[in-house]
Design a protein around this ligand. Structure first.
Ligand code: KG4
Ligand code: ZN
Length: 381
């Protein structure tokens, strides 16, 4: 079963590299607000996108501004942390201003400021955290620190206004691969995670090895559409029986071995076939674990999150498997799967409702753990 509201969000790219996201379905974006509404200004700068958004009541995106650094890092074949931090400093004020102006609001209309404080690149996170702290200090508005991966999961609440926990969420990004049982708003049980490389990391490394370059995921996705997914059999890693953990380093090594052997034999490699066969191996494992976990937990709602969740083959396969079982499949539009601040506004809203408030001692935490609520209460209120 497909959720009805999927893919309603479109993106439009401006020349200076700033992407303005607008909402296709205008009736979703109301210009009226009531006293009960909670409007959050959200900031995200954990990796290579500087982003700011205004989100009302956790689900209604009034603006979503993303300044992507992809073009800048492409020449180095990956994200250069120092360059990312400097670019965030240059772009952050402009993104915040654009987010407010696109929402038709001023700082005084905002109820709280939410910001990603981990996990991510420490220098990059610090830029967003400092900006949010400064805005909170001058306006006196509450500050809410948000976990980046919880933000990814909450992108599903924006896409589908009717989604309520509990549900099973597959989180696959550049740094994380988790199977998360979302028990309630802000309540996350990790039931599986990668033992080595994250799924997105495997996509990026394989893309580099076959000469597709950075960013790897979208390039492998595109190449795979021209290739045969059954051309080469790459291994599907099993960790232990009954475990929902993932392992992608063996698959990555198998692809590298295949390429090396072909080179030694002087054979020409069909890059599209390698991309399609590798992608199928990843999709098989992610799908199998998600469906097994859903069955064990008696969960009929499946969601996906993170950059890899924008992968065409993964979306198609999960949709088919959900259809077979009568499950409802929730998937954010691709622009909400990759890093953005609207998802931080959604997660920040539920944290705000739970009373989470961060103090001026909020700091960037590069390896912030997911799901441990105690550790997410921090700072003075
Ligand atoms: O969530 P995200 O934007 O940033 C992190 O929090 O890591 O995820 C980025 C990751 C990268 O590894 C990128 O290659 C991967 O998501 N990715 C994809 C696709 N689009 C982005 N992987 C597979 N297929 C895609 N279409
Ligand atoms: Zn992310």
């Amino acid at each position: 079963m497909e959720n009805k509201n999927a893919e309603k969000i479109e993106r439009r790219t401006e020349e200076d590299g700033v992407i303005f996201m607008s909402i296709k379905n205008d009736e979703e974006k109301t210009n009226t607000s009531s006293d009960k509404d909670i409007t959050i200004l959200a900031i995200e700068s954990s990796c290579d996108e500087t982003a700011a958004a205004v989100v009302r009541n956790g689900r209604e995106v009034l603006s979503n501004i993303i300044s992507s650094q992809i073009a800048l890092h492409t020449i180095y074949g990956g994200v250069v942390p120092e360059i990312a931090s400097r670019k965030h400093v240059e772009k952050i004020n402009g993104c915040v201003k654009a987010a407010l102006s696109e929402a038709g609001l001023e700082l005084k209309d905002i109820d709280a400021i939410a910001v990603t404080y981990g996990p991510g690149l420490v220098g990059a996170l610090l830029v967003g955290v400092s900006e949010a702290k400064a805005l909170s200090f001058v306006t006196g508005k509450p500050l809410v620190g948000v976990h980046h991966i919880e933000g990814h999961i909450c992108a599903n609440f924006i896409e589908d206004k009717n989604l309520e926990p509990p549900f099973m969420c597959l989180v696959a990004s550049g740094g994380h691969s988790h199977l998360v049982y979302v028990k309630d708003y802000g309540e996350y049980d990790i039931i599986g995670q990668t033992r080595d490389d994250a799924a997105g990391e495997a996509f990026d490394k394989v893309a580099r090895a076959i000469g597709l370059g950075y960013p790897g995921g979208p390039k492998v996705d595109a190449a795979a559409k021209e290739g045969n997914p059954d051309a080469i059999h790459f291994p599907r890693a099993k960790t232990t029986e009954k475990s929902y953990d993932f392992s992608f380093s063996g698959l990555k090594s198998a692809v590298l071995n295949y390429l090396n052997q072909a080179e030694m034999k002087g054979e020409v490699v069909n890059k599209n076939d390698v991309a399609a066969s590798f992608q199928k191996a990843v999709v098989d494992v992610l799908t199998e674990h998600t469906m097994d976990a859903a069955a064990e937990y008696g969960c009929k709602k499946i969601a996906i999150a993170g950059g890899v969740a924008s992968n065409t083959a993964l979306r198609e396969r999960l949709e088919q498997e959900c259809d077979k079982r009568g499950y409802t499949f929730f998937r954010p539009s691709p622009v909400l799967c990759t890093d953005n601040a609207a998802m931080i506004g959604a997660a920040g809203y539920y944290e705000y409702l739970k009373g989470v408030r961060s103090g001026m001692d909020l700091n960037a935490v590069p390896n912030l753990p997911l799901g441990n609520r105690e550790r997410r209460y921090h700072g003075r209120s």
